[in-house]
Design a binder for this molecule. Structure first.
Ligand code: FES
Length: 370
């Protein structure tokens, strides 16, 4: 059933009865799911669907959705991400976002920031409204705290990378975690700073929470400005070697943190999650030969962009999610050729190997099972 808007909601449906072959035979030739879907668009035997029950616009470029998932939702661990599927112009499109709510909350909160190339984020920032029905994938991801949280914590986020940190922070404070937590958030300007009021309220309420907001494009006498550096970190935290650090945000923030922690030989205390589309590395010398999509018989001249983009330009619609090398939804078999990872620059020759086509671009001729 297509995702859409909620019209009516009879909630109490006996799953055992609806799953029975007897009922299925009564409604043949259409599956029972189709009829129930007319009454309750969130109902599904297996799929996770969620109704938008709240829409808030904290900043001009973001939207915060409160979602009520159906009974198939199995929950998440703070720091994980979920695939959110939206119907845009009749096409189901999925992107990945990290919940900002706590697992203990009945409802799921997602804050989505518009990105210039973000089809789903731009659509939701403009069009999200109460009653919309969205698809959800099971939660996944390794960017989580260990089951018994470490002592001192340093949580660093940039832009919309704040969402998994909010989930981690809200969960820790809800569980009365008493060890020191430094929450360091980078926003472009004060107007772009997500969750600012709530964070200031929490910092006033919890003695163990030290909140620092750094603005990267605003300066002023009482403001902390600039990007993450050793000097800035020292002035904010004192001794980061004592803390377990979690960093989520754009590539520049992750790179700065990795450089500081590796110089200090503290790599095992640093946990990172990239939270933005990477700047693609397009190497013009690679843009030679052709890319042949063997299953569909399509062939395109190699223009050096990622295999996913070139497949789309050739009229194909490969499965994908995050488009940034996180979710693995786009993995395809490369039959032969050489690829360059557009994020790391790593080049490797492959033969019948599975690769993420959103972050790999062909170097010369390529054959791919698509
Ligand atoms: S689309 Fe998510 S890894 Fe490629």
């Amino acid at each position: 059933m297509a995702l859409g808007y909620l019209r009516n909601s009879p909630r109490r449906i006996t799953r055992g009865l609806l799953d029975s072959q007897f009922v299925e035979s009564l409604v043949s030739p259409n599956p029972v799911e189709r009829y129930i879907g007319l009454l309750d668009p969130t109902w599904s035997r297996r799929d996770v669907r969620a109704e938008v029950v709240g829409v808030d616009r904290q900043t001009p470029r973001s939207v915060t959705l409160t979602l009520q998932p159906n009974s198939n939702w199995a929950g998440f661990v703070p720091g994980q991400h979920v695939g959110l599927t939206v119907e845009i112009d009749g096409v189901l499109t999925t992107r990945y976002y990290s919940p900002a709510s706590r697992p203990a909350d009945k409802r799921l909160e997602l804050t989505i920031s518009a990105h210039p190339a973000g089809k789903v984020s731009n659509f939701l920032v403009k069009n999200a409204r109460v009653g919309m029905i969205l698809g959800l994938s099971p939660a996944e991801g390794e960017f989580v705290l260990p089951s018994s949280p470490p002592g001192e914590l340093l949580l660093i986020s940039g832009g919309s990378g704040i969402t998994p940190m909010m989930s981690i922070l809200r969960t820790l404070l809800g569980d009365e975690h008493a060890a020191p937590i430094t929450f360091l958030h980078y926003a472009r300007t004060g107007r772009d700073a997500l969750y600012r009021e709530e964070l200031e309220r929490l910092a006033a309420e919890y003695e163990n929470l030290n909140l620092v907001t750094v603005l990267t494009r605003e300066t002023g006498p009482k403001l902390i400005s600039g990007r993450l550096s050793r000097e800035q970190l020292k002035s904010i935290h004192g001794d980061h070697a004592n803390a377990e650090a979690y960093v989520c945000g754009p590539e520049s923030l992750i790179a700065a943190a990795e450089s500081i922690w590796s110089q200090d030989q503290l790599e095992d205390k640093l946990h990172t999650e990239l939270f933005s589309l990477p700047e693609p590395l397009v190497v013009t010398e690679d843009a030679v030969g052709s890319v042949r999509f063997t299953k569909s018989g399509v062939e395109v001249a190699n223009d050096g962009q990622s295999l996913l983009v070139q497949a789309e330009q050739g009229g194909l619609s490969p499965r994908h999610g995050c488009r940034m090398g996180i979710c693995h939804t786009c993995v395809c078999r490369l039959e032969s050729g050489t690829v360059r990872n557009v994020r790391t620059g790593e080049v490797k020759t492959v033969s019948n190997e599975l690769v993420q086509i959103c972050v790999n671009a062909p170097v010369g001729d390529m054959e791919i099972d698509l």
